[in-house]
Design a protein around this ligand. Structure first.
Ligand code: NAD
Ligand code: 0WE
Length: 264
C-alpha cells in the first residue's frame, strides 16, 4: 500500500506530460492517492484527460479553472464538493508573466501591467485557491504545496518580474502556514531547478541554463519531474507531518553554490 493511500488531492497546473504537475500526479497516483485535476482552458482539456486516464483516475473529476477568475475557482470546489466529502491535498503548479516580461533588462522590461498579471496569476492564485478550498480541507490533516524558483531570492537574468512574484509566493506560503496551521493544514513550497517544460519553451537562453546546471550543480545534472514528484508526494503525505511553511529545494544542489569554476 502506498504512503498516500486514502488521500484525495486536487492538482492545478497540468498542461502537458512534461509539466511539473504531471510528475507530481504520477508520484501521487503511485502512492495510492486519488486525484482530481483542473485545466486552464479547453485547449488543454484533452491533455489532462489523457493523463488522468493513464494514471487510472476518475475522468469525471476534471474542472476548468483559469486562476484569474474567482467564479471559476469557486465553481471548482462547488463541483468537487458534490463528488468528494473533503479534500486532503491542494497542489498549485501555476506561473505566468506576459512573455515580453521575461526578456531583456529588469528596468527595461517591467511594466505596471506585467507586474500586476504576474503577481495575480503566480502568487495571489495560491491564496485564492487556499481560501476557496479551505472549507473542504478542514478537519483532516490537509497539505498545500506550490512550486517556486530560486530567482525569488537570487537574481537570475531575464526572470525579471517573475522573481518578484516568486518572492511574494514564498511569503504567501509562510503566511498561509501560520494562519492554517491551527486547523492542521500544512503549507509548503518546492523550489525546483530548471526543467524543460512548456513554461520554459521559447525562453531565450534556456538551453544554456540547463547546460550551466549540468556543469555547476553538485550532482552535475538537472532534475527530473519524477524527482520533483517524489519530493511533492513526501511533503503532502503524513510522512512530512512536522513540516510547514518551508521552501524545499529540489535542484540537484544548485542553490548552495556561491561560486563556480569552469572545469575545462
Ligand atoms: P507548465 O507550462 O507545464 O505549467 C504551467 C501551468 O500554469 C500550466 O498548466 C498552465 O496551464 C498554468 N497556467 C498559466 N496561467 C494560468 C491561468 N491563468 N490559470 C490557470 N492555470 C494557468 O510549466 P512548469 O514548468 O511545469 O510550471 C509549473 C510551476 O513550476 C510554475 O509555478 C513554475 O514557475 C514552476 N517552476 C518551473 C521550473 C522550470 O524550470 N520549468 C522551475 C522552478 C519552478
Ligand atoms: O517559472 C518558470 C517559468 C515561468 C514562466 C514562463 C513563461 C513562458 C511563456 C512564466 N510566464 C511565461 N510566460 C510565457 O508567455 N521557470 C522557473 C522556468 C524559467 O523561466 C525563465 C527562466 C527559468 C528557469 C525565464 C527567464 C530566465 C530563466
Amino acid at each position: 500500500m502506498g504512503f498516500m493511500a486514502g488521500k484525495k488531492a486536487l492538482i492545478v497546473g497540468v498542461a502537458s506530460d512534461r509539466s511539473i504537475a504531471s510528475g507530481i500526479a504520477e508520484a501521487f497516483a503511485r502512492e495510492g492517492c486519488e486525484i482530481a485535476f483542473t485545466y486552464q482552458n479547453d485547449k488543454l482539456k484533452s491533455r489532462v484527460t489523457k493523463l488522468a486516464e493513464r494514471l487510472g483516475q476518475n475522468t469525471d473529476l476534471l474542472y476548468p479553472c483559469d486562476v484569474s477568475s474567482d467564479e471559476e475557482i469557486d465553481a471548482v470546489f462547488a463541483n468537487l464538493g458534490k463528488e468528494w466529502d473533503g479534500l486532503d491535498i491542494l497542489v498549485h503548479s501555476v506561473g505566468f508573466a506576459p512573455r515580453e516580461q521575461l526578456a531583456g533588462g529588469f528596468v527595461e522590461s517591467i511594466t505596471r501591467e506585467g507586474f500586476a498579471i504576474s503577481h495575480d496569476i503566480s502568487a495571489y492564485s495560491l491564496a485564492a485557491l487556499a481560501k476557496a478550498g479551505l472549507p473542504m480541507m478542514q478537519g483532516r490533516n490537509g497539505a498545500i504545496l506550490t512550486m517556486t524558483y530560486n530567482a525569488a531570492t537570487q537574481v537570475v537574468p531575464n526572470y525579471n518580474v517573475m522573481g518578484l512574484a516568486k518572492a511574494s509566493l514564498e511569503s504567501c506560503v509562510r503566511f498561509l502556514a501560520a494562519d492554517l496551521g491551527p486547523q492542521g493544514i500544512r503549507v509548503n513550497a518546492i523550489s525546483a531547478g530548471a526543467v524543460k517544460t512548456l513554461a520554459a519553451a521559447g525562453i531565450s537562453g534556456f538551453r544554456k541554463m540547463l547546460s550551466y546546471a549540468e556543469k555547476s550543480a553538485p550532482l552535475r545534472r538537472t532534475v527530473t519531474i519524477d524527482e520533483i514528484g517524489n519530493a511533492a508526494a513526501f511533503l503532502c503525505s503524513d510522512l512530512a507531518s512536522g513540516i510547514t511553511g518551508e521552501t524545499t529545494f529540489v535542484d540537484a544542489g544548485s542553490n548552495i553554490m556561491g561560486m563556480v569554476f569552469d572545469e575545462d
